[in-house]
Write a protein that binds this ligand. Sequence first.
Ligand code: FES
Length: 362
Amino acid sequence: MTPDTTTRHTIRLAPSGRDVNCEPGDTVLGALERAGYALPNNCRAGACGECRTKVVDGEVDQGIVLDMALSAAERADGYRLMCMAKPVSEVVEIEFGTDDAKPKLFPPRDRVLCVVVDAADRTPTIRELRLRPVGEPIRYWPGQYLMVGDPDAGAPPRPYSIANAPRSDGELVLLVSRVPDGRTSGWAHDRVEVGDRITVAGPYGTFIGDPSTDTPVLCLAAGSGLAPILALTDAALRRGFRLPVTLCFSARSRADVFDEGLMAWWTAKHRRFRFVPTITGDEPDEALPAGGVRGRIPDVLPAVVGDDLSGHSVYIAGSPEFVETCTGATLALGAPPERIHVEKYHPHAAALTPDPTHLVRN
Ligand code: FES
């Protein structure tokens, strides 16, 4: 049966019983996102299986999807891929989230074996590690973090945010700042090599994007605080977010700015994306990176984004001091407190288990 492209349909969420309108011709995933519900997704093309969801009542047109993304047994059990599914019946009821219709966080997994497929120093103090799980990919929300370390090598597990949106090959990008005398960051910088096998645990954290955001977005990051901001931005731009996104990255010097290639690509591809590196060091002769300004974010913010943030959503990630000063600066420019989301990094927290203070979401 083909989908009706002229009638509105209703997506009913179970177990909450909440209803979401689905415009004619829209997919279930599109309708959920428009209504502000987060459903995991990756390829948006029926190829990865990430949006697999059980239809408990009603009928959808599944469209053309790959068998590897949805097996015959899963189809027989009622599962469908929401990125390609269009309602056919007037009401389609799907399994979604919890009683209050909040998205489910994925249960964290312990000791997930990964291979280090790449490692590179991105700045004098930040090393990027690329990990691929040997088994099932880790399912996570952009903005979440993993616990990474090797206690046998004297490196207690520490939280590291994932710097990319989920990929079909499961690859995870981590940015590790070298902390003075830090055992785990020292291990990640000096001892972990390409080809090593390491175990991680996760995902953890609730610093996840709000898909119902219908305002311009301002992201402020310092150091490896850029990691969750990159993952959130990657996911939002892939999702087709069309409002302005400004990403300010605070760096001490030109050498501390990285990912300029990715920023240039996002700028070219998404007309309303803007990258503003802000250089805080006092070397006036040093050339600024493209689009860069000199000064601390709280001081340069009005010149960069104007003096009225009342219509913005704000995401801030970095050290507690960075987060606090930037939060104060955005509040002073009128940003609504309920739309300021923050991620504080506590580099010296000696955590063997996830540190609940690592993530603070307003
Ligand atoms: S998002 Fe990849 S199959 Fe739906």
